[in-house]
Design a protein around this ligand. Structure first.
Ligand SMILES: *[C@@H]1O[C@H](CO)[C@@H](O)[C@H](O)[C@H]1NC(C)=O
Ligand SMILES: *[C@@H]1O[C@H](CO)[C@@H](O)[C@H](O)[C@H]1NC(C)=O
Length: 462
């Protein structure tokens, strides 16, 4: 008996040693702008939104960031990695309206080393500029004159006047792609364009507004939009997870809920032209037969529109090519009807780790920490496939691959350390492979009083 106890204790110790969740360490915390513009709209601030995708972006030896300063002017920052001082330039544009959707999004086209910036849109025309060739690699002086005049087209490509959520993505073939929504919330299409041989060309819509969604109550909705958690390449494959937002509020139990429902997944092996569901069945072609709400086999986590499910959180892909996403909603143990997502999410919402298994099925695990915010979370993985989730207020929770992603532990708590972050954060995904996680956050404020916009760097210690 005693021997057995000792053996059990020894195994327990071994497990503890081998399966500890990875820690993070703060490397630096720098101020990008001591007077970042501040106002709260749609529960968010314009300088820091999950759907920016690349509000802060590493490319080779430099890190870039884009934001609006207190005078509303668009600012681009650059520093030499890992710890150079930030230089800034101002582009001749002022934020047109106090809407937190109107973020700044950055990209680099590897073929010609141009820096691209898209900004200031919410179901409106979008603004765009790009730099002189090779600015991303030359390190030449950081001045506005190296950027072309601002247009409301994407280079010479007309993308219309009803644009939201600009996101740049580099392909495995070193092209730059551009993902955005045309149309409006509840009636929009998800679109893809591509920068090749120095020009933007359209690829087309790959997720449409059409089809009929029937809620458990029997209420139907005939229009919607797909909200994506990301558009992430690994090897040749582009992975997308997302959720649908219905136009007809009657599909939700409450008019103050969210009409987001279900988590979907699909992938493309030809740079976003044709699309397949998790079972490997072809389900769509960009431009001609986009994916819709009635497309078969795309729902990987079923959830009705009664739980305050958040749109546009985040996703990543592990070293074996399997998608991992973080989603959040109010679990049924708290209520079966979110009657006000702006109060129910801070009170009850929980984050979930949703990931694909090698056999094509999905697993969902509740991360045992409350969000305490309306806002979104960020998921990244290190080279050993340990998971790091940055919750609102810069709370970093991690889980080890060795535990099967079950040993969730809070490794850094930005509230306890007094960061005073507003809530939702965004981070530099391109820098993750170097083992450093740069997290952009803005300090909280009241009314329209400007506040510091900051970047905190962590090493990932897995
Ligand atoms: C931006 O606003 C400032 C006033 O805050 C003004 O001086 C400047 O001309 C504006 N810039 C543009 C490009 O409109
Ligand atoms: C698929 O793999 C997961 C994880 O290994 C396992 O739990 C599940 O039972 C498998 N499902 C099928 C249908 O094989």
């Amino acid at each position: 008996m005693r021997l057995l106890k000792l053996a059990v204790a020894a195994v327990g110790l071994l497990v503890n040693v081998c399966v500890a969740a990875p820690s993070v360490s703060v490397v630096s915390n720098t101020v990008l702008d001591s007077k970042g513009i501040f106002f709260v709209s749609y529960d968010g601030v314009v300088n820091v939104n999950s759907f920016q995708l690349s509000g802060v972006l590493t490319y080779k030896n430099f890190q870039y960031a884009g934001w609006y300063t207190s005078t509303r002017t668009l600012v681009l920052g650059r520093r030499t990695l890992p710890s150079g001082a930030w230089s800034t330039l101002q582009l001749p544009h002022n934020l047109s309206t106090s809407d937190s959707h109107n973020v700044v999004s950055l990209g680099v086209s590897p073929a010609d080393g141009k820096i691209h910036v898209a900004f200031d849109c919410h179901s409106t025309q979008m603004f765009y500029s790009s730099s002189e060739a090779n600015l991303a690699t030359s390190g030449k002086s950081w001045v506005a004159s190296r950027f072309a005049g601002i247009t409301t087209t994407l280079g010479s490509l007309n993308i219309g006047t009803v644009v939201t959520y600009p996101q740049f993505v580099i392909t495995p073939t070193n092209l730059l792609q551009f993902v955005f929504r045309s149309g409006v919330s509840g009636n929009g299409a998800t679109q893809l364009a591509e920068y090749s041989a120095g020009a933007w060309k359209t690829v087309g819509s790959w997720a449409s507004a059409t089809g009929t969604y029937t809620a458990p109550s029997g209420a139907t909705s005939t229009l919607r939009n797909l909200y994506i958690h990301g558009f992430t390449y690994h090897g040749d494959r582009a992975h997308v997870t997302g959720t649908w937002r219905e136009q007809n509020g009657a599909v939700s139990c409450s008019s103050a809920g969210l009409t987001n429902h279900d988590t979907v997944y699909f992938y493309s092996d030809d740079l976003g032209r044709t699309w397949f569901n998790s079972a490997g069945t072809k389900i769509g072609t960009s431009g001609t037969t986009p994916i819709g709400v009635n497309t078969a086999g795309i729902i990987v986590d079923s959830l009705n529109a009664d739980h305050g499910l958040m749109n546009q959180e985040s996703q990543t892909v592990d070293s074996t090519g399997l998608i991992h996403a973080v989603i959040s909603y109010v679990p049924g143990r708290f209520t079966q009807c979110v009657t006000n997502y702006e109060t129910d999410r801070p009170a009850f919402a929980r984050p979930f780790h949703v990931y694909r298994n090698a056999n094509g099925t999905f697993t969902k695990v509740e991360i045992p920490f409350a969000i305490q915010s309306v806002g979104r979370s960020q998921i990244v993985m290190d080279a050993k496939d340990n998971v790091y989730v940055v919750l609102p207020f810069v709370k970093v929770v991690t889980a080890s691959k060795a535990s099967g992603w079950t040993d969730w532990t809070m490794m850094y708590d930005g509230t306890a350390t007094g960061l005073d972050a507003f809530g939702e954060v965004t981070l530099d995904r391109a820098r993750i492979p170097s083992g450093v996680m740069s997290v952009l956050y803005q300090q909280t404020s009241t009314g329209t009083t400007p506040s510091p916009l900051r970047l905190i760097d962590f090493t990932l210690n897995g």
